[in-house]
Design a protein around this ligand. Structure first.
Ligand code: PPE
Length: 304
């Protein structure tokens, strides 16, 4: 990875190389961490963090679910994020705030381990490559079932949940696909390993109404953009057949942005290339995040 300069660690900016942690950090052994993924985009008015408030709010919601008290206020974390981006002097970056149970006592019970916080940034291009963003990617329904609501907590962005994602992602890639689509315990489509999913059928936009998904902020962004341009949008139970028969499909995520899906399980989606609504939403999305689309300014936090 390409290193930047500074990482925010428990209230201070420290050198990249010094942002280390003890090997007996609780979260390393037991997955007791919550994190966020945020993007900062280049705009005419300098770098702007996209939907900062919503991401920080979700970080605190995730922490609340796993009974972890973050020793800062949301406002302090927002400020620290802006400060970290500024200190690294980048025009665009990905931002990773993380709060985790640190060094203290070993054993499953995390309550005696202090909560450590950090904010790192790095430059991250298209999640599944520039070609994937432009021409679409191939996805495979996973043999792994998405974290069940009463085993993990899909609403919480916990590190522990990402073993499920990592297993699905590795399986999909080993089978020659770019990304995995996970079904929930009832067999309905949930989401990708690191994305939410949408599909288009007869001009209507659908996205799974599943309890086993992370409620994506990009998902919400796409829903709001679609509503604004008059596209009918439905949250619905969705099966793999719905995906096979879709006219268009795409993934959404902070890292993945809007990535078209052109094949699922060896079946071509629509014409096997990004469809017109996918392209339109992609175009508007990239204007919104770069501050070029009127009406969405309140989603941008300028760094300078
Ligand atoms: N579902 C999952 C499982 C998920 O990890 C993400 C984001 C989403 C949905 C979309 O959420 P949002 O970013 O709010 O639209 N995945 C993050 C981590 C990816 C990674 O490889 O790391 C991200 O996109 O930042």
């Amino acid at each position: 990875m390409q290193e930047l300069r500074l990482i925010w660690r428990n209230g201070k900016l420290v050198d990249w190389q010094e942002a280390t942690t003890h090997i007996l950090t609780h979260a390393l052994h037991y997955g007791t961490a919550v994190f966020e993924g945020i993007r900062c985009y280049k705009t005419k008015k300098g770098p702007a963090v996209f939907r900062l408030k919503e991401h920080v709010r979700r970080l605190f919601d995730s922490a609340h679910i796993i009974k972890m008290a973050i020793p800062y206020t949301p406002g302090e974390i927002e400020k620290a994020i802006v400060e970290t981006v500024k200190a690294n002097e980048v025009e665009e970056c990905y931002i990773r705030p993380v709060a985790f149970r640190g060094y203290g006592e070993m054993g499953v019970d995390p309550t005696r381990c202090e909560v450590d916080c950090a904010i790192a940034t790095w430059c991250w291009g298209a999640y599944m490559g520039d070609k994937g963003l432009k021409e679409g990617i191939r996805a495979k329904i996973s043999s792994y079932v998405r974290t069940y609501v009463n085993s993990g907590s899909p609403r919480a962005k916990t590190s522990a949940n990402y073993l499920n994602s990592a297993l699905a992602k590795m399986e999909a890639k080993e089978l020659g696909y770019d990304e995995a689509i996970l079904l929930d315990i009832h067999g309905f489509v949930a989401e990708g390993s690191g994305e939410n999913i949408f599909y288009v059928k007869d001009g209507i936009l659908y996205t799974p109404h599943s309890y086993s998904i992370l409620l994506g902020i990009t998902r919400d962004t796409v829903i709001k953009i679609a509503e604004k341009i008059g596209i009918l949008i439905r949250e619905t139970l969705c099966t793999r057949d719905d995906l096979y028969l879709a006219d268009e499909a795409f993934f959404t995520g902070t890292a993945a942005e809007i990535t078209p899906i052109v094949e699922v399980d060896g079946r071509r989606i629509g014409e096997g290339k990004p469809g017109p609504l996918t392209r339109k939403l992609q175009e508007i999305f990239f204007r919104v995040v770069r501050g070029e689309e009127p009406g969405y300014e309140n989603w941008l936090t300028y760094v300078s």
